[in-house]
Ligand binder design. Structure first.
Ligand code: 5AD
Ligand code: SF4
Length: 482
């Protein structure tokens, strides 16, 4: 049996809903914050901003909601089952609140933004509802709750990037960290709630991004992932009154600047949009060894007609052209995708076009979903959700199966070779083993060996693999092949 690692789940399933805590508390005996996060990496990065704001108010974090004064749940609205999960979790917090009526329960993030004050009516135990652009207001909102009122702020902003707030790292390994470079999305893909819950696109000042990367590196971090809903739309322009007046920075330039912080700092980024990813970005990746050869380039569907209904603004041919450009400019680049099965009106033939584009690209990895209608989106307003559940399910399983085979094939290509990895720490299954990712983002597990520690780059000879993991042996001498 090979491990099934591609399922209809949100990104990074392992981290969904885990308690987020800071390793080295700044204060003791402060009020206690319990925070957990659902959904995309942006939400996890936002939870670090939230924690930073509350730590400045004297809070400390706790991993046990039963001893917390404030419980926050940072939510995701992308699919209905993500919202259902949050509601189930809230009912558990409800039981705790009945035991301890002073407990403050807050809902943050996309569901807060989507449901606004409805949340306070629907979920009576919730005291505070805060959208993704209003986290600076949290201290005041908590004061309001303490003086006996329910509190809500779901205003979206055209400017807020939290550029000046230095995030605390939650559940960090001290080696890899996320840096948020932009917020919001202007793309209006017809299936997606994100433009409604996270507002308009805005890019963060590159000075603050570079300062954050430098600070992380100075503190021993070895990898940063630049995050945005659509990183290729990153565009920053110096304000007229400033010394940067007229200076513009695009994503390729930003990526390159971050890579120059140090050759020992690996740089990743996510998510790229097929309509926007430029050759300039690809050449920047090719030029710098420390920009990882890995691109997450969601295709969503292999059919041009479905892509048009999805308002993705590219065709199958355009997408294939971008794949060809990646393959020619960065020959050993890993590529991953997001794929939706059973979008409105999708025919069998169009579903097979999705399977055939998967054959063409041979993705290293894919996040796969069955279409879930989201209230208020363009698709919900314009098209019927007309593909029966069992058809969606069957199409999804065909996509999953193909991806499982391709992931295995991709990883098999490393067997017998030696790869360079950044050691992240003990493997999840055994503290006798270490793990880390290679340049192409493949997870490598190997027995701990003398002289190899978390935070170092190491060479590992790959002996075998599953469809999700490379298994190998550390190479202590300087190897020939990388
Ligand atoms: N139904 C199913 N999948 C969706 N995604 C976004 N919205 C929906 C939806 N309504 C998927 C897309 C996106 C990923 C983050 O989630 O594939 O790229
Ligand atoms: Fe949603 Fe499309 Fe924006 Fe991604 S690019 S966040 S799928 S609207």
């Amino acid at each position: 049996m090979i491990d099934l690692q591609v399922t209809d789940k949100t990104h990074d399933e392992e981290r969904q809903g885990e308690a987020l805590i800071i390793d080295a508390p700044r204060v003791r005996n402060g009020r206690k914050l319990y925070i957990e996060s659902y959904g995309c990496q942006m939400n996890f990065a936002d939870s670090e901003i939230v924690a930073s704001i509350l730590l400045d108010q004297g809070f400390e974090t706790t991993g046990d909601y039963k001893e917390a004064d404030v419980v926050f749940i940072n939510t995701c609205s992308i699919r209905e089952n993500a919202e259902q999960r949050v509601r189930n979790r809230l009912s558990q917090f409800g039981a705790e609140k009945r035991r301890n009526p002073k407990l403050i329960v807050g809902v943050l993030g996309c569901m807060a933004e989507r449901l606004k004050s409805k949340f306070l009516e629907e979920e009576k135990l919730v005291d505070v509802v805060v959208g993704p652009d209003a986290y600076r207001e949290l201290p005041q909102l908590l004061n309001e709750v303490e003086s006996g009122h329910k509190a809500i702020n779901v205003l979206l902003s055209r400017e807020e990037t939290y550029a000046d707030i230095s995030p605390v790292r939650l559940n960090g390994n001290g080696i890899t960290a996320f840096i948020s470079i932009m917020r919001g999305c202007d793309n209006m893909c017809s299936f997606c709630v994100v433009p409604f819950t996270r507002g308009r696109e805005r890019s963060r000042d590159p000075h603050s991004i570079l300062a954050e990367a430098q600070d992380l590196f100075d503190r021993g971090y070895k990898e940063v992932t630049l995050l945005g809903q659509n990183v290729d739309s990153y565009k920053w322009k110096g304000k007229d009154a400033d010394e940067d007046a007229g200076i513009e920075v695009n994503f390729a330039q930003l990526l390159e600047k971050v890579a120059l912080v140090s050759p020992d700092l690996r740089v990743r980024f996510s998510t790229s949009h097929p309509k926007d990813i430029t050759d300039e970005v690809l050449y920047a990746i090719a030029r710098h060894d420390n920009i990882c050869n890995y691109i997450h380039l969601p295709v969503q569907s292999g059919s041009s007609r479905v892509l048009e209904l999805m308002n993705r603004t590219y065709t199958r041919e355009w997408y294939i052209n971008r794949i060809d450009a990646i393959r020619s400019i960065i020959p050993d680049c890993a590529i991953s995708s997001d794929i939706i099965a059973g979008f409105c009106t999708e025919t069998e033939e169009e579903h097979r076009e999705t399977l055939s584009i998967m054959d063409y690209v041979q993705y290293d990895f894919a996040f796969t979903f069955s279409y879930s209608e989201r209230p208020g989106t363009l698709a919900a307003r314009k098209f019927a959700d007309d593909i029966p559940e069992e058809v969606k399910k069957r199409r999804l399983s065909e996509i999953l199966l193909k991806q499982q085979e391709t992931s295995l094939y991709r990883l098999q290509q490393f067997v017998g070779k030696t790869v360079r990895i950044l050691v992240e720490g003990s493997s999840k299954k055994s503290d006798q083993d270490l793990c880390g990712r290679n340049d192409q983002n493949a997870m490598v597990v190997f027995p701990a060996a003398e002289g190899i520690e978390a935070g170092q780059y190491a060479y590992v000879h790959i002996d075998r693999c599953t469809s999700a993991t490379l298994l190998g042996t550390a190479v202590v001498e300087e190897p020939q092949i990388v």
